[in-house]
Design a protein around this ligand. Sequence first.
Ligand code: IPM
Ligand code: MN
Length: 334
Amino acid sequence: MIGGDGIGPEVVAEALKVIAAAGVVIETVDYDLGAGRYERTGEVLPDSVLEELGGLDAVLLGAVGPPIGSTTVPPGVIERGLLLRLRFELDLYINLRPFKGVPGSIAPDADFVLVRENTEGSYAGEGGALRRGTPFEVATQGSVNTRHGVERCVRYAFGLAERRARHHVTLVHKTNVLTYAGDLWQRSFDSVALEHAAVATAYSHVDAACIFLVENPARYDVLVTDNLFGDILADLAGAVTGGIGLAASANLNPARTGPSLFEPVHGCAYDIAGTGKANPLAAIRSAALMLEHLGEVAAAERVTKAVLELQTEMAGSSEAWSTAGVGDAVIRRL
Ligand code: IPM
Ligand code: MN
């Protein structure tokens, strides 16, 4: 467990409550990681901790990072040094983000899964700065796309589409402008499609995908895209389907050479930390994704069903829900 910063520990506590109520016994180890630990000790992710985490079955994470504008933790220290390091070093190459619109949201008919490549693209860290702080400074930030990385991501998306009812997968990119990376993605997609004759395919440019996610999200079943487009689309998808407080994610190592990591898509929300207002449903659904990955499929289905039902109930209610109250309500539905 990495509760982390801000509302992270509060929402993870509800997720643990629900796992126990679902009848799944898990042994947990708490790891003190995040901006808080960095401020106290200067440590981000000691190698020994990374090694320990690598030996576990799964990691459940709340949220990590400093408040916006922090003067003590520079941007990127925790994001790159902790979260992205875990994604890269544990080879969590799929970031799976399911979305289902709630009644009254902008996209109530949405029911799709975003498959975000999670180890490459603009997140890889390629680039650098020259003559920084001078009038002639230069900054480059490349996007790294390997055939291996793209193909394994696309292959996962097709496999997922095969297991879902609609058998449909859409590639999202910007092939008309990002011609080198786009070409690699499109050809990888087309070649994997040949192995999956039962899956229908489509393509959206990322800007058009932003329109469709708002106006006609029912056209999407599985979306597959690169790391940065996936990051941005996930927040949009969360906003239009009922709010980022519902958006769950699984950072998967499908090869199972180590643990996978499960976390809500949202951040630390320092503005409401400690007030009992944070919605724990994203963390609880992330825990359900974890249970599914660990083979506790029946419990995972029960928790997911309870979460989805409660989302609908909450969308139509004017009650002031508390973090613990939402956790309790999920448990009642179980
Ligand atoms: C997410 C987050 C992270 C990302 C940040 C915190 C590094 O926004 O999981 O979507 O950009 O991937
Ligand atoms: Mn994000």
